[in-house]
Design a protein around this ligand. Structure first.
Ligand code: ZN
Length: 145
């Protein structure tokens, strides 16, 4: 009685192994598809963008930009020269001498600025410097202290 059932069971096992194998292949195809769903290059519109760590890179015009954060995050993300995310109230250090437009003042490299405020625009950091007053900086010239 038992011996009769052996062969069909073995066949069944082989079949389901194959089924698992083909399902695995299917999954990796799906993964490839979702990986190519990156945004087009904002500079030239190329669709051949790829990810390099947390940056997106365009192979056609060599433009690099920060990948957009998850859909649930509102507003722009501000990053310092090292790619760290900046937030209102952070303390930052200036990484190069910055001439202040319309004045003879220079913000020296290494200057620490407390309690920054992030704003939209070309100069995306608002802050106050003792003896100079309120100024605007570019986040690419600072690092989080
Ligand atoms: Zn491009």
């Amino acid at each position: 009685m038992f011996t009769d059932g052996d062969l069909p069971i073995q066949l069944k096992t082989i079949t389901s192994l194959n089924a698992i194998k083909s399902r695995t292949n299917f999954n990796s195809e799906q993964k490839d598809k979702s990986m190519s769903a990156l945004p087009n290059c904002p500079e030239c519109g190329s669709e051949y963008t790829y990810e390099d760590r947390d940056l997106l890179v365009c192979p056609e015009c060599a433009h690099e930009w920060v990948a957009a954060a998850g859909d649930d995050q509102e507003g722009p993300v501000y990053r310092d020269a090292n790619g760290n995310i900046l937030q209102d109230g952070d303390t930052i250090t200036v990484i190069k001498d910055l001439k202040i437009k319309g004045t003879s003042s220079v913000v020296k490299v290494g200057t620490k600025l407390r309690n920054i405020r992030l704003v939209e625009g070309d100069h995306d950091i608002d802050c106050k410097i003792d003896g100079i007053g309120p100024i605007k900086l570019k986040s690419e010239f600072v690092k989080k202290a």
